[in-house]
Design a protein around this ligand. Structure first.
Ligand SMILES: [Zn+2]
Length: 438
């Protein structure tokens, strides 16, 4: 199928009119200026204020599904992603049942094939049954290590060895279980799960994870963890809630502010914001972790941790960019090219011949308000309810076709592909990561 997209693209700090001819999701011809030739289905994004960016990718989401489809499923989760401008998401394995066997991986892949609106991938969890075989699947983007997995040293060693051989990253939730306590009141969970837990975890990760494997530390909450991880050659991401919110918000919001790792005191959150703005992290993720409203309404001690982010965070980051707090190019790096590099995905969202035609079109003239009741996600709540943002997501183009346009989903345009089909060879990927982190 051939389509033609006319838009104004952000290229090296300037907005330039471009025309892209796309066949089967790949750019086959592109030139400067807006001039789609006749004979193609044309999508025009040339209105003032619209800017085409490389497609956003979120490498850390929980779209639930399987036996937890009442919280979220592959359709509602990817619909939320599309509405947030994300062209690709990578799902986490702490589902029920867990994604660590070939049979659960197959059911999950089937659900994605049947329902996904955007490109997708899955990280598998330990202990992994037949690690090499499972990790080799093109749908599998990486291996996820949770705090309590650190007590399962042999499984972590074995699975990370397979990940290393296949050139897939090991994604670590870095809090050492020995330093985690429960029972802290709202506003004080940062004491129960202090920075010591992150420090101890780094030491253990260094000891347990196969040295061949690339380690990516996810949702870092403090500059100490970011610097520590980077000094070991790891890449690092964080979530907007770790710099937009603080433990004071946890006190006010109760369970809506409960997340793991916990929100930190304002002084640490401010330093995280500075670090992000200075380009000190490699990516931003949402850690979109939906639960039902009833679950989030339970008592603070027993309610499940997790925030929603797919429909709010790109808008909040765009707002920060348009208010001059972060460069738009840096936002693109943190939410598109950075995640693609960590995952080893090549030629994603660029505009030259051979590029995968995945784009996020923002509208810098528009604005809006975060309204969770309008979320496509099943989890219709957010700590950012009522947040007024400058700019908005105008369209999400997945493999050449708009799947989300001006507030509406277009499910009939769905052409999702496993992100792993576009990853590069091990040697090339390690070189890219190495040159980036040096
Ligand atoms: Zn998570």
């Amino acid at each position: 199928m051939s389509v033609c997209v006319e838009a104004r693209a952000l290229l090296r700090g300037r907005v330039m009119p471009v025309t892209l001819v796309i066949e089967n999701g790949v750019v086959i011809e592109s030139w400067f200026g807006n001039s789609c030739p006749p004979g193609y289905e044309k999508f025009s994004f040339t209105r003032e204020g619209l800017v085409l960016l490389p497609g956003l990718i979120d490498l850390h989401v929980h779209l639930r599904g399987l036996n937890q489809s009442y919280k979220e499923d592959e359709y509602t989760g990817t619909a939320a992603a599309a509405a947030g401008g994300y062209t690709g998401v990578v799902d986490m394995p702490n589902t029920y049942p867990k994604i660590n066997t070939l049979s659960t991986l197959r059911s999950k892949v089937k659900a994605y094939e049947d329902k996904a609106l955007v490109n997708y991938g899955i990280h598998v969890g330990v202990p992994v049954e037949r690690a090499y075989e499972l990790l080799r699947s093109p749908v599998v983007m990486g291996l996820k290590i949770y705090p309590y997995d650190l007590y399962n040293a042999e499984s972590v060693r074995e699975a990370s060895r397979a990940a290393g051989m296949l050139g897939k990253p090991v994604i670590v939730h870095c809090e050492h279980p020995a330093a985690i306590r429960e029972g802290c009141r709202a506003g004080e969970r940062w004491i129960c799960r202090g920075l010591e837990a992150e420090k101890l975890c780094l030491r253990e990760v260094q000891r347990l994870i196969d040295p061949q494997a690339h380690v990516h530390v996810t949702h870092a909450t403090s500059p100490e963890l970011v610097y520590g991880a980077r000094s070991l050659g790891f890449t690092v991401d964080t979530c907007p809630h770790y710099f937009m919110l603080s433990s004071d918000d946890e006190r006010k919001l109760g369970c809506l502010g409960k997340v793991n790792p916990p929100l930190r005191p304002r002084s640490i959150a401010d330093k995280m914001l500075e670090l992000v703005v200075d380009g000190g992290v490699d990516a931003l993720v949402s850690d979109h972790a939906p639960h039902t409203v009833e679950e989030k309404n339970m008592g603070f001690d027993i309610c499940p941790a997790g925030m929603t982010g797919l429909e709010a965070y790109s808008r909040i980051m765009l707002d920060l960019a348009l208010r001059g707090l972060i460069r738009l190019e840096l936002m693109v790096k943190l939410m598109s090219t950075g995640p693609a590099r960590i995952l080893g995905i090549r030629r994603y969202g660029c505009i030259e011949n051979g590029c995968r035609a995945n784009y996020t079109i923002i509208n810098i003239k528009k604005g809006g308000v975060i309204r969770p009741c309008l979320f496509y996600s099943k989890a219709k709540y957010s700590p950012f309810e009522g947040y007024r943002h400058r700019g908005d997501i105008e369209a999400t183009i997945v493999n050449g076709l708009p799947i989300y346009l001006d507030g509406e989903l277009i499910p009939e345009n769905r052409l999702p592909v496993p992100l792993g089909e576009w990853t590069c060879s091990l040697r090339r990927r390690l070189w890219v990561l190495d040159s980036e982190t040096r």
